[in-house]
Design a protein around this ligand. Sequence first.
Ligand SMILES: [Zn+2]
Length: 140
Amino acid sequence: MINFDYLAGLMDADGHFTWSGGKYMAPDIGVTNTSQSLMLALTDFLGGSASPQRATCSDGCLDEAAHIHRRTDIWKWHLTGYRAVLVCRELAPRMVIKGAHAADLARQYDLHLVEMEGPARRSHHMVKEQKWWAARFGGA
Ligand SMILES: [Zn+2]
């Protein structure tokens, strides 16, 4: 069962809080982990997307030139835009290690809202995300 307490622990261990995109910078949070089923559970919980990051090695790879040997697929779940900011506000007080990263991402979003371009800052995007959040988790 995924909830915000669980996600806070997961993000403390395997999470990232960054900005992504070129012209249209957007807050980007996510988890990199070997469990595909966990990534799908996160997508069910909050949306976002899950994708494989690196495939495992093929048979016979060890006969080839030196390389980083991979026996396990690595998956990444990530979420961008204003919803990621709302998640940061939930997670920050629950985290032990990276709470400041979560709080800082939300703060930077607020500080730079006026100068940001593109979908991540548009008010209709924010209103849509707030409505989604209220329908999913309650509150304003
Ligand atoms: Zn290999």
